[in-house]
Design a protein around this ligand. Structure first.
Ligand SMILES: Cc1cc2nc3c(=O)[nH]c(=O)nc-3n(C[C@H](O)[C@H](O)[C@H](O)COP(=O)(O)O)c2cc1C
Length: 432
């Protein structure tokens, strides 16, 4: 697919990590433009562009910014979500590594629009190198007058800090992140109140994903109409990063207009690994329900994936070939969710544990007819019953395994413990 990258246009140009290098390649024009506008006009432009959050839920960014109260003496904050802990997701990492000034510019525009004078970039603990790159880029932005007491000499004050997490999936959930930022255990808060009203340190706070914010300078520079032309329709607009892993020839982070299909993405990755056939794929990270190969021509955007019974999520596309054991794959994901459940809500704490145990029993060759129903029952007890969506995330792969791939599960359950050679291999080391 012929497409000129927007977000990844500076990949391979390390000179853009400095303000001077970034400006030389056209950077900071979006911020310059924003500073000539009223804050409300900036919010309107982002609203008009149709930009939806790239962190998982797809909430319209401009609308979120408009919820920040104007008539208040409280300080306001932007917290940039750079936790990126959804398995299979590594797009924000590339953005921070390859083009940190683009993120700083996006954050600065958002802060100006909502009158926030402080921005925290909350980055996952494992991203040591990326945190150092960002810190260096922020230092340079202060020296160049992009940050500090008067952003670009226009009198707007902005301070920016990198805050490192300690490596917990739940701290990617926005209110768990706020707790962690405040130095507490990263357990989600009850909503409402929403962070736009009561956020960091009890003050109005915008929380946006790295990729969401990286889109913002381009909207200001080139206009909402330009942005809207990219994508499937007016509800699914702009460039999108897809992190492709699994059975393709060249896994990696690829940029397309939002709504590229899996077939287009696989082609861009050099095809299926060793020319194998596609069996299934996860379109949006571990939480997104798995889809069968028939959906390979579905546009991978918010609405088309919802219609297909899955979600765009973090756009981590996991491609699984015809030799993949889906039950064992989902067992691995169940282990992840059990490990990462913060334990605050009983249905999630218990449910993720039960899901892991039942799947462990199955892949050890001890599954019984009816275990598929048991998995669905666990899903019913977890879904929609908790403070945050981690339980729903855990349900995604489980329910889609049983509902979309019933034969895969039954093949394990009907085996009566007699494992085929492939299953014997997969079961190695799994005991109950
Ligand atoms: C368990 C869990 C983990 C999450 N992890 C991340 C994450 O790593 N990065 C992210 O941007 N959003 C993550 N989210 C979504 C955030 O809660 C929030 O919706 C997002 O940061 C909002 O930004 P956006 O509107 O720009 O997408 C997670 C949500 C849940 C429930």
């Amino acid at each position: 697919m012929a497409y000129e990258p927007v977000l990844l246009r500076h990949v391979g140009h390390p000179e853009v990590r400095t303000v001077a290098g970034y400006r030389e390649r056209g950077g900071y024009r979006g911020l310059e433009q924003a500073l000539t506008m009223e804050p409300d006009e900036v919010i309107e432009a982002v609203k008009d562009s149709g930009l939806r959050g790239r962190g998982g839920a797809g909430f319209p960014a401009g609308l979120k910014w408009s919820f920040i109260p104007k008539e208040t003496d409280q300080p306001k904050y932007l917290v940039c979500n750079a936790d990126e802990s959804e398995p299979g997701t590594y797009k924000d990492r590339i953005l921070m590594e390859e083009d940190p000034q683009q993120l700083i510019e996006g954050c600065a525009i958002c802060c100006y629009a909502v009158s926030a004078n402080t921005c925290y970039i909350y980055i996952r603990g494992e991203y040591v190198e990326q945190a150092e790159i960002l810190e260096e880029a922020i230092r340079d932005a202060y020296q160049a007058g992009v940050l500090g007491d008067s952003v670009m000499g226009k009198g707007f004050k902005l301070d920016m800090y990198v805050h490192r997490g300690a490596g917990a999936y739940i701290c990617g959930e926005e209110t768990g992140m706020l707790e962690s930022l405040e130095g507490k255990r990263g357990q989600p808060r009850i909503k409402p109140p929403f962070p736009a009203v009561v956020g960091a340190f009890g003050c109005p706070t915008v929380i946006n994903n790295v990729e969401t914010l990286c889109n913002v300078p381009h909207i200001l520079e080139r206009g909402a109409d330009w942005f809207k032309q990219i994508g499937t329709d007016e509800r699914n607009t702009g460039p999108k990063l897809y992190c492709v892993s699994g059975h393709v020839e060249r896994p990696g982070t690829y940029e397309y207009p939002i709504g590229a299909t899996l077939n287009q993405i696989i082609e861009g990755c050099g095809g299926m690994w060793r020319g194998r056939q596609l069996k299934a794929f996860i379109p949006g990270g571990a939480s997104a329900p798995m889809l069968p190969a028939e959906f390979a021509d579905t546009p991978l955007d918010f609405d088309n994936l919802a219609k297909a019974g899955s979600m765009l999520g973090s756009a981590a596309v996991v491609v699984m070939d015809d030799q993949t054991d889906l039950v064992r794959s989902v067992y691995r994901l169940a282990k992840f969710f059990n490990h990462e459940s913060c334990g605050q809500c009983t249905p999630c704490r218990e449910g993720t544990n039960w899901a892991e145990l039942v799947l462990k029993k199955i892949v050890a060759g001890n599954g019984k007819p009816g275990d598929d129903e048991l998995i669905l029952r666990i899903c019913r007890n977890m879904g929609g019953t908790t403070l945050c969506p981690l339980a729903d995330a855990a349900v995604g792969p489980l329910r889609s395994l049983v509902q979309n791939f019933p034969d895969e599960v039954r093949a394990w359950l009907d085996s009566d413990g007699a494992l085929t050679p492939a299953r014997q291999y997969f079961s190695e080391g799994v005991t109950v």
